[in-house]
Design a protein around this ligand. Sequence first.
Ligand SMILES: [Zn+2]
Length: 285
Amino acid sequence: MLKRGGLLEPSNFTILYVFSFFFGSVIGSFLNVCIYRLPREESIVFPPSNCTSCNNPIRFYDNIPIISYLFLRGKCRSCGERISPVYLIVEVLSGLISALLVWRFGFSLTTLFYFAFLSALVVITFIDLEHMIIPNVITFPGIGVGIIYAVLKTDWNTAHLLFGSSRFNLESILRILNEVPIIDSIFGIILGGGVLFLIGFLYEVIRKREGMGMGDVKLLAMIGAFLGWKGVIFVTFISSLIGTVVGISIILYKRGDLKYAIPYGPFLSLAAALYCYTGGFSFRF
Ligand SMILES: [Zn+2]
């Protein structure tokens, strides 16, 4: 006999995803505060949310993610000034990120850490789009959180056995990278930091101007900390692919103005998000 209201009932699944989406969008409204305040070097905890135009505090009932924005039609209740649609976009995006992670990985360590990782990437993307910077206050702690995630994932018995029995040839090194997340993470940081640093350095030598900011280098190191060396290769390849397509489109649209600077952080972030959900090139056909 089927039990009613069991975990596999579709209705409970729906509630689960609605809850995950709502939780994500609440975090999204905090991410909006970070996006606005971090580049202006303001505190992200004090004062509480206020209108950036008239400085009036936002009432709790006007601070419900997505719903308040739609209800107020994107305008401040006090001064009527237009509120940037970025607020709405970030809240919806964070809700989707959260619900998709629960759908893909359930309630797990991976969901928790990927949500922290993807939230950081959302903040980085929107700050980079507006200010062309990637703040160290996100990437440096991000590298630390990525290492903690790798430590928690590592099976130390396996690690011990592999290190005890390995001769150092390519095969055993690849095996250690595959089966010991903490080694993979550290190698990812070095590879991520190194690869972009080298590309940026060569670009500067050849073109005699800075093409890649150090912020991108630290971002790819953070991506390496979370996703390991395979993630770095995937993200380097896919982000340059997306970046090239978008770059060419903008050049065509702007009729050949090559000097229009495009921030690279959003492409790295998008590629990293794709890796989180698909597992990169390793998914089976
Ligand atoms: Zn206002």
